[in-house]
Design a protein around this ligand. Sequence first.
Ligand code: DX5
Ligand code: ZN
Length: 215
Amino acid sequence: MPRKWISPSIFAADFFHLAEALTLCQEAGVDGIHYDVMDNHFVPNISFGPKVIADLCAKTQLPADVHLMIDLHRGIEEYLSLPVEYITLHVESLAPHHEELLDAIKAHGKKAGLSLKPSTPPEILSPYMEKIDLILVMTVEPGFSGQKFRPEILPKIQAIRTMIQNRPIRLQVDGGINRETYHKVLEAGADFLVIGSAFFADPHPKEWVKTIHEE
Ligand code: DX5
Ligand code: ZN
């Protein structure tokens, strides 16, 4: 198992204090920053777009992973030039003729991810297993931070860990991860945690990050 990665979801930070949120992430020793892009179509909420991501990426060396919760029919052109490590699309939004979007992400020197909503079965990933670098399993409905973790998704994480076999695919889990739930996610086979509200509310995030890395 590779080193466990932790990326706080900047969407869960206080937007009046984004600079401090980045500093907090850096001082806590996290592995990257998770950017949640919402378009009010694919999910019933709006967050931020490429300008905000570009501005924040310019202020930190931490690698970025962009979680696009958007309707893909208009393409993802404006995200391809961002200085980010991963771009993750929702498989539910990926029509057959959109498979080229995964190729475009790779052609721009980035890693490609696919995400699943809680009700989406893991088999949907089968055609893409040789094309992707990351699978993002949602343990809440996408669209909002601060929701309750859904333990019924744990078997799906296990099933996807089995599907990955020895491929170099990161298994990321996002939604409701806190000091009570993160263990379950790791035990199910995740190696990449997105932590939103629980990270920014934690009194000792540095110590928590260290604990996860050392486990
Ligand atoms: C929800 C987002 C998550 C969210 C995580 O649609 O994808 O990244 O910000 O926040 P918590 O950890 O509070 O569920
Ligand atoms: Zn996310």
